[in-house]
Design a protein around this ligand. Structure first.
Ligand code: ZN
Length: 67
């Protein structure tokens, strides 16, 4: 367990004392992972509600969406 692989790019990540970005290989990959988390957070709130930043002007059959 001496080495770890960066979950973003798969390259070897240096151990923690020397690597602030652990378990990532670099700050860059750390930021990429952070961005992924934020992206997922935005998607979590609703099935499709979060997707419509623009209000639907056309009538949509919502009943199809619900069981
Ligand atoms: Zn990496």
């Amino acid at each position: 367990m001496s080495t770890a692989k960066c979950p973003i790019c798969g390259r070897t990540a240096a151990p923690r004392p020397a690597n602030r970005a652990f378990p990532f290989c670099s700050d860059r990959c750390k930021l990429i992972d952070l961005g992924k988390w934020l992206g997922e957070e935005y998607r979590i709130p609703g099935p499709r509600a979060g997707d419509g930043s623009e209000a639907p002007e056309r009538p949509v059959d919502r009943e199809e969406d619900e069981p």
